[in-house]
Structures are given as C-alpha cells and as structure tokens.
Write a protein that binds this ligand. Structure first.
Ligand SMILES: [Zn+2]
Length: 421
C-alpha cells in the first residue's frame, strides 16, 4: 500500500526538506520526499495546500474512563483527527483518576482503536489530592510521557519539588496547572472590569502568576524541568521569558482561546466562555500573541475540555469550566495569531514533539507518516452542528474563521479526508 501526496507546499522547519515537493508513503512510513516519485496506489492532490508534520496536542481531556457522556477516547480522537492532530496527550483527571496502572492499562487498551496516537499524562499525586506521589516509574513504563494534576494545582511547594525530582528520575517531567486556590477564592471569571459589571467573583491574575513564579524558582533551584500549562496572563509570560533568559529549564503552552478572546465574552453570563484559567483582558491577549511569536510560549495546546450541554446551560457560577477545542485550534491560530506556516508548524508540531520527547514534528524519510494537510485560505462560519466532538461548548460559534485542515494521516493511514474515514 503506497500513498502519494502531490502538489502541496511542505512546511517543515525541523527538517531539511521543504517547499513544493511530493511525499511518498509506504507501509506507514515516509519513503521519499522529492520530485518524480513514481506511481502510488492512492494519491492526494494537495495543490494550493500546506503539508505540515502531524499536529501534536500536549494537553486535552478525553474524559474516559468515567465521563463518557462528555467525550470518550474514540469520539475525542475523531474530533482531534478532524482538527489535524495525529497524536494527543490526555490529562489524568478522569473518573477514576489515572493515577495507577489499572486505569492506565484501560486507556492504553482503548487507545488501540483511537483515530490518533495517544500519549497519556499520568497523575502526579494520588487522586490529584496533592498528598502522596503516584507510582510514576510504573506509569512511565506503561507509556505516560509526563505527570500532572491538571484541573488542580499541586498546592504544597514541598510536594511539587518532590514530584519534579521523582518524575525526573524516570526521564519525565511535571506539567503544571498553575493556580493558587487561596487567591482564586470563589472566583469564576477574570477579576476586572467585566467581573465587576457582571457582579461575579473574580480570579486575579496573581493566582496564576504566583504559582508560575514558585515553580520556576523550584526548577531553577534544583536544576529540574517544568512545563507551564495554559499560560493566560501578561505577568505569567514575563516571568517565563525572564526565566528562559536565565537558562531555567522551563517550557510553556497556551490554548487558542487565550489569544482569540477576552473576558468580554462572558457578557450576558455566557458560560461557554467560562474556562480555567479564565479568559483575561485584551492586554493579556496581546501578551499571549507576543509570547507565541517570540518563542516564550513554546506550543499551542487545545486544553480540549468537552462538557455536556446541561453543564453549561446553567447559571455562570455553577457552570463547568472548559472549551471544546480540537476542531477550531488551527483555524483560531490562522485567524487570530499568524499566517506564517513555519511558525504554525513549530507551535503545533515540532515544539510539542520536543516537549514530550516523542518522535514527530518533522517530515523526514524513514519517519512515521504522521501528516496534516491544510488550506490556509478557506473561510467559514463556525456552526455548532458542524462540531463532531460530543462537546459543543465553545464561545466562538458564529464567528468567521480562516484556515481548514483538509486531511490527516496517521502512520500512513488517511484518517480524515473532509470527513472521518
Ligand atoms: Zn489545567
């Protein structure tokens, strides 16, 4: 079985072949990149399109086990494939929590049927309670690429230090959800003008920034690595930028909603815009964009957080936090951040692969054929009924977006071609 991609423009900042070349795939791997590659059993005409290394999402929620009414590994990876992802990293805040080998084994088993590769992130502490570490060695041996209590911070600084040290002994690292719960208090949206006029309790930027600072100081003091999840504030980005200049081993990600919308989207008590960390101000949105453009923020991760309609159609303070993100991430980036395809390839593929230490992020002969093909110029209006994830919760419905993934190839197999195959 051979597959040829013809006529497109290869965008490959981490590799040595780019530009108007064809790709020949055989037995799941890239056999050749070049011109006049001969006949293949199947051909994709990529004329006018960009050919990227497969996108890797280092932060998402697939909800299985335990909350399959929101999403499951199959429905979630279908939506991911539609969004151009060839690999995803689900967070461990499932029910039960993925803090032990039995739950990890279940996820790995289900992942065999998934539409993308699945690289799970194990819990750092038992039950995400911050009291005792998980068996990271066992979880790493089963395939966990990192550890996180995402959804919750590791509140105790000594526990965070131990978790970072313990993860490092297995070649892994901590992905940190940065939030000081005392500073957050009962906050449900960004603390500022809109929280005041809506009369809702606010979450100060300091709740995020204080924890980013703490964990960077821990990483620096002990020579350890830390990855900062979903950065949303100007102050947080400035702390990371300064730390990187000093040589601290810190990487970071943000999600498309943090450069695509501000806290004014919460007007009318629209719970679709409720997310954690919360949408911040226009000034923070500009800082997130700048952080992505100058390399302070290494990756765009979706933080895909599907919820049932009933968990969002209630009063703002009680509604679930999260945005369904797989299917709009690329469009939001093209629409609101950049049309620089090389930068998009770094933020969606090359840097994520480096962060989790997995192959991918580059198109080269002999590598697994994980490829995303996109048309950067198509414009469309986002409609709820077009979202295939079980979670339709996004505040961007009705907006005009630009840039569409047209094909997704995982291990040489076409899994999305305008529709899920
Ligand atoms: Zn989080």
């Amino acid at each position: 079985m051979t597959l040829k991609i013809c006529g497109g423009e290869i965008v490959n900042p981490a590799g040595d072949k780019s530009g108007k070349l064809d790709i020949l795939i055989e037995d799941g791997r890239i056999k050749a990149i070049g011109k006049d590659l001969g006949e293949a059993s199947q051909t994709i005409d990529a004329g006018g399109k960009m050919i990227f290394p497969g996108f890797i999402d280092i932060h998402c929620h697939l909800r299985e086990p335990g909350q399959e009414y929101k999403e499951d590994i199959i429905s979630g990876t279908k939506a991911a494939a539609r969004g151009g992802y060839t690999a995803v990293c689900p967070m461990p805040n499932t029910s039960p929590v993925m803090d032990n080998a039995a739950v990890c084994a279940l996820v790995m088993e289900r992942a065999k049927q998934a539409y993308t590769k699945v690289y799970p992130v194990g819990a750092a502490t038992a039950g995400l309670m911050g009291k005792e570490l998980t068996e990271m060695g066992e979880l790493a041996a089963m395939g966990c690429v990192a550890f996180s209590d995402d959804g919750r911070p590791i509140e105790n600084g000594a526990m965070m230090r131990t978790a970072m040290q313990y993860a490092a002994t297995y070649g892994a690292f901590i992905m940190a959800h940065e939030e000081c719960l005392d500073l957050k208090g009962k906050g449900v949206m960004n603390e500022g003008y809109y929280s005041t006029i809506l009369g809702l309790p606010g979450i100060p930027r300091a709740a995020e920034e204080a924890m980013i600072a703490r964990d960077i100081i821990l990483a620096e003091s002990y020579g350890l690595r830390v990855h900062i999840q979903h950065v949303s504030t100007r102050g947080g980005i400035e702390i990371i930028r300064a730390a990187k200049k000093r040589g601290v081993k810190v990487t970071s990600e943000t999600a498309p909603h943090y450069f695509s919308g501000d806290d004014s989207l919460c007007r009318g008590y629209d719970a679709r815009a409720k997310v954690n960390p919360p949408l911040r101000t226009c000034d923070d949105v500009e800082a997130v964009k700048q952080g992505l453009l100058d390399g302070t923020i290494d990756a765009i991760a979706t933080d895909h957080a599907p919820h049932h309609r009933d968990e969002k159609n209630i009063e703002f303070a009680l509604a679930a936090s999260g945005i369904s993100g797989f299917e709009t991430a690329f469009s939001l980036a093209v629409t609101n951040l950049t049309d620089d395809a090389g930068l998009l390839a770094r933020l969606f593929a090359a840097n994520p692969a480096n962060i989790i230490g997995k192959p991918g992020g580059v198109l080269k002969e002999g590598a697994a054929a994980d490829i995303t093909i996109a048309d950067m110029n198509i414009e469309y209006i986002l409609k709820e009924e077009d979202i295939i994830s079980k979670g339709k919760n996004t505040p961007f419905i009705g907006q005009k977006l630009k840039g569409v993934v047209t094909q997704t190839i995982v291990d040489g197999k076409l899994v999305f071609d305008g529709e899920i195959l």
